[in-house]
Design a protein around this ligand. Structure first.
Ligand SMILES: [Fe+2]
Ligand SMILES: [Fe+2]
Length: 229
């Protein structure tokens, strides 16, 4: 069963409102008519709340992982400097985008944000200290998990957010379409990072399996935790 099954998300929400998305749900207009959408259900709002929280925490983590890699590798391996800088710049953009979404929709941040920063920087710098290939194996593992995570969210946003409109047709409010497009774009960026890591010898890292499987496990636990805490 898809994780996005909203029926399972009868979550009590205390201080996250999803204000602009909620407003969109009640007053969103189609391009032609003054059509209103039914409000989002509590489960739909709760899912969006969690999605924005975990994505903001994840992109913050990615930002710090690349910061750690860049800090260790950029001067020692000048040929990697522009490669790392490009991926880091994209993560900074992802992070800022989710910061804005979080603020605009009044989604509370993960309560252990300092831990995400520290853990991510240590993961990036630590693997970079082993070798450039180990840093790339870290990127490969992280982006594999994040790519899959974004794909799950895209499935859910596409399947579970068709709302009834006042003209008796179904549709999705513009804000939700924009969120979906943002996640789709970021998913593509993450998969580009995954390809870049493989092109830069991630598979030659020693010990490859231990690094990649360990980091994938850490990422999955981090996602589960950041959705909730
Ligand atoms: Fe990212
Ligand atoms: Fe990435």
């Amino acid at each position: 069963m898809l994780k996005c099954s909203l029926g399972k998300l009868a979550v009590r929400r205390s201080f996250s409102v999803l204000s602009s998305l909620k407003v969109a749900g009640t007053t969103g207009k189609s391009s032609q008519d003054d059509v209103k959408y039914e409000p989002l259900s509590e489960a739909q709002e709760a899912y969006l709340d969690r999605a924005i929280r975990v994505d903001q925490a994840g992109e913050l983590g990615a930002n710090y992982i690349y910061a750690g890699q860049y800090f260790v590798l950029a001067n020692k391996y000048p040929h990697l400097k522009p490669v790392l800088q490009h991926m880091w710049d994209q993560e900074i953009h992802h992070h800022e985008t989710f910061n804005n979404l979080q603020t605009r929709n009044r989604v509370r941040p993960s309560l252990i944000t300092p831990l995400w920063k520290l853990g991510a920087f240590v993961m990036g710098a630590g693997t970079a200290m082993i070798s450039p290939q180990a840093a790339m194996a870290c990127t490969e593992a992280v982006e594999t998990v994040i790519g899959g995570h974004y794909n799950e969210q895209l499935r859910c946003l596409t399947n579970q957010y068709e709302l009834n409109k006042s003209d008796k047709t179904l549709g999705t409010p513009e804000e939700l379409k924009e969120l979906t497009n943002t996640i789709r774009q970021f998913r593509d960026d993450e998969l580009e990072h995954l390809d870049t890591a493989i092109q830069h010898d991630s598979k030659k890292a020693v010990p490859y399996m231990l690094l990649t499987e360990g980091i994938k496990g850490i990422c999955k636990v981090a996602i589960w935790t950041a959705e909730r805490i």
